[in-house]
Design a protein around this ligand. Structure first.
Ligand SMILES: [Zn+2]
Length: 291
């Protein structure tokens, strides 16, 4: 049964689909086509929660993307952003956190279909360490990835990215040492674990308030290729390729399609985004705050 809101969404989608089609074609002709980078967390059929999509729905979304858009890697998104022009609307698949069940069907499907995938892992919550606090709160300790799983994925061409050590709110960090540890040291440790360079970083939570310029500067100076946010925005050629804006892979198919068919109301989101200034305290401020 559809609730009223669902009926509203369907009506909105149906009523505006001709407009979107026309709008997308116009953007493509003007070489300003949007690049959609999706983030998923967990693809599984047990213990559904707001960060889980069923394997059937996930497969449906991936096939829809293949039929309707160009599927590209993060690197290709950045290349197009840097050239200043893009004439094809694209989709890119990423995952955050590192849930073990993604290996049951989702990742093998993406590998089989040749869909470029970037997979962001939180170091402290790998298998055998500890469950995510947001899962413990809900009373279900969901399994997280093993190192063997990460190695298998990397071997299949999945790009492994960093997602801090403790899944912290980077925007709330005030201690410079903690910032370096969460964004840089944890990224280096992940790189050592998988025996290959880690080139991308995704901010946990990924809203504007969960990120800051100091972290971005650290990662850029350390030679990473880019950082990902998660507040819901398209990417356009001409903006800074180091920052990739992402869209939630919504388990609700109509919401997913609403974003992916290019909602004119959402096109201006994130266009003028600026990272918040640093929240870091100096050594003397830190010792004051500790005393
Ligand atoms: Zn996360």
């Amino acid at each position: 049964m559809l609730d009223t809101r669902q009926i509203g969404l369907h009506a909105y989608y149906a009523g505006t689909s001709w407009l979107r089609k026309h709008y997308r074609e116009k953007l493509e002709q003007e070489r300003r086509a949007p690049m959609c980078v999706l983030f998923y967390h967990r693809v599984a059929d047990k213990h559904p929660n707001p960060w889980t999509i069923s394997s059937g729905e996930f497969e449906r979304q991936i096939h829809w993307l293949i039929e309707n858009m160009d599927i590209v890697s993060l690197e290709e998104v950045q290349r197009r952003m840097a050239t200043g022009q893009n004439d094809r609307t694209t989709a890119t698949v990423t995952f955050d956190d590192g849930y073990a069940e993604n290996l049951d069907t989702a990742i093998p499907l993406l590998v089989q279909l040749g869909v470029p995938t970037t997979y962001f892992v939180t170091l402290d919550f790998m298998y055998g360490k500890k469950p995510f606090p947001h899962d413990v709160q809900r009373g279900v300790e969901l399994p997280t990835n093993t190192i063997e799983q990460l190695l298998w994925m990397a071997g299949q061409g999945v790009e492994i990215g960093a997602h801090t050590r403790s899944h912290c709110d980077v925007g709330a960090i005030t201690d410079p040492n903690e910032l370096v540890d969460e964004v840089l040291t944890a990224t280096e440790e992940l790189s050592q674990l998988i025996g290959r360079p880690v080139r991308y970083f995704a901010f946990p939570y990924g809203k504007p308030e969960n990120m800051n310029q100091a972290a971005v500067d650290l990662l850029r100076q350390a030679g990473l290729k880019g950082v990902c946010s998660a507040y819901g925005a398209y990417n356009f050629a001409g903006s800074d390729p180091f920052h990739i804006q992402r869209i939630h892979g919504d388990p609700d198919f109509i919401r997913f399609k609403n974003w992916m068919t290019i909602d004119p109301r959402k096109v201006s989101l994130g266009i003028d985004f600026r990272f918040a200034e640093s929240t870091l305290l100096s050594d003397s401020q830190l010792s004051d705050s500790r005393s």
